[in-house]
Design a protein. Structure first.
Length: 139
């Protein structure tokens, strides 16, 4: 694919691309091995915020058993134009934690609305420790 170039994005440009929210994929080590799940998210107060079901697989897999404990995850967001063979990808790495009752109002402000039906009242926040991005485009 000599007619395409890959460009590394700086943190500011990466954050600008994901700031509007949308769909991303959370990657983590589940009880049964590596897992990657799509979730709809919002970028709010310097973190990824999404909602999931209490006592569901994602809820249980992200529990450390330690009060205030955090679970290391990766979160990837991208936009791909398959016919045009171009797009971008942003990877966020950092700890995920269940939002406490004290943090709940701030998480609600994020405005993330789950797409699937059912109770999705558990908020999860991922605080980035490392942000990278790449863009593939015509040369």
């Amino acid at each position: 694919m000599t007619d395409r170039t890959i460009t590394e994005l700086d943190e500011a440009e990466s954050l600008q691309l994901i700031a509007h929210g949308g769909i991303g994929r959370i990657a983590y080590e589940s009880r049964f091995g590596p897992a990657v799940l799509p979730v709809n998210y919002q970028w709010h107060d310097g973190a990824i915020v999404f909602r999931t079901a209490r006592h569901g697989a994602l809820d249980e897999d992200l529990q450390t058993g330690i009060a205030g404990g955090e679970y290391k995850v990766a979160f990837e967001i991208d936009e791909i134009d398959t016919p045009g063979r171009q797009g971008w990808s942003v990877l966020i790495q950092g700890p995920a934690h269940h939002v406490s009752e004290a943090e709940r109002d701030a998480a609600i402000e994020a405005g993330v609305e789950p797409w699937p039906a059912g109770d999705r009242e558990l908020f999860v926040r991922i605080i980035p420790t490392h942000i990278t991005g790449r863009r593939i485009s015509p040369a």
